[in-house]
Design a protein around this ligand. Sequence first.
Ligand SMILES: Cc1cc2nc3c(=O)[nH]c(=O)nc-3n(C[C@H](O)[C@H](O)[C@H](O)COP(=O)(O)OP(=O)(O)OC[C@H]3O[C@@H](n4cnc5c(N)ncnc54)[C@H](O)[C@@H]3O)c2cc1C
Length: 364
Amino acid sequence: MRAEVVVIGGGVIGCSCAYRLARRGMRVVLVERGDIASGASGACDGFLSVQSKRPGRVLRMALESLAMFERIEEELGEEVEYRRCGGMIAAEAEEGLETLRSIAEGMSKVGVPVELLGPEEAVRLEPYLSPEMAGATHSPIEGQVNPMKLAYALARAARRSGAELMTHTTALRVEVEGERVRSVLTDKGRIWTGAVVIAAGAWSGEIAGTAGVELGIIPRRGQVLVTQPMPPMVGRVILCACYLKAKRGGGVGVATSIEQTASGTILIGGTREFAGFDTRTTPEGILGIIEHASRLMPILREIPVIRSFAGLRPYSPSGEPLIGPMGPDGLFVATGHEGDGVTLSLITGELIAKAVAGEAGGVL
Ligand SMILES: Cc1cc2nc3c(=O)[nH]c(=O)nc-3n(C[C@H](O)[C@H](O)[C@H](O)COP(=O)(O)OP(=O)(O)OC[C@H]3O[C@@H](n4cnc5c(N)ncnc54)[C@H](O)[C@@H]3O)c2cc1C
């Protein structure tokens, strides 16, 4: 079998890359070990956030991605539960206010609309927030999407543009001859190709290693609780002020995220843990999440939780995703998005398509 480009991994990142590459007329084969979205992209939240990004490269990418989300349902011809609902970062106590002020200041310097709200204004927007809370930031440009629907819609659009999707197929090795990629060996046979995009999420390090490339990507587990479907009660995507510290540090712990999905369930997150490739939820994780989140939104203690799940974020020690050519000629990586992969999915596909087409060089 031959392909112009082989994409390894069928999460939001791999599907977005396959779609943009196929749209440019390249012969693409996507290889996915399980089903589409069977990794982190099927076990995560759907926040499309900008306030949680540091001003700089990742924030710029997030803003470009958000602009692309505005057109995505029309472009893909499918509904992916995209909503520009606005987002908040809420401080449950005074000590979080400094974080909020620095977010509002940092964002306004680069022209991102973020306003600082007192507790009454915040509770007016989100009536179930605790009246005891200290304040919040609010950005009207943030949104949410259903990550699983997004991955499937991108995969189907890639196929309509000519890509071949090989699910239940494991890439065993990226084979290099001299200084060039020449093929991908899978458990279903060899695919001859001149270009490979590694978009294997938390597993990217393993497959990159077969081509002699060290990525340093490791899995960072996140546990999430799902409530029974409720009438509309949470309008925006909400993070707690300590989320930024939890995300940016290389440590472990719980930081609150709350969103209500189109089906009415409320997703309550989440943990950050280094537990290898173990995707089990734990009693400590579940209790920590409910304890933490209900300080910000007390009613969450009253709503039945119907299930919990855990996903593996592809954690990059640099704190930034790796997107672009790396190692032997023809090898590209699109990974290390940690807790930002859904937000950055659309722009990542576009950047990779440009890089493979030779329109951009270096790690982007
Ligand atoms: C609890 C939690 C909450 C999150 N919330 C958000 C959020 O609100 N907003 C946001 O922007 N991001 C969020 N994220 C982060 C986001 O989910 C990830 O960054 C994103 O899903 C990563 O996508 P991916 O395609 O790189 O990886 P994955 O979705 O993990 O996909 C990688 C795929 O590669 C496949 N694969 C691996 N090895 C091979 C191989 N050798 N051969 C073939 N296939 C292979 C796997 O089966 C998998 O399907 C969250 C993550 C978690 C865990």
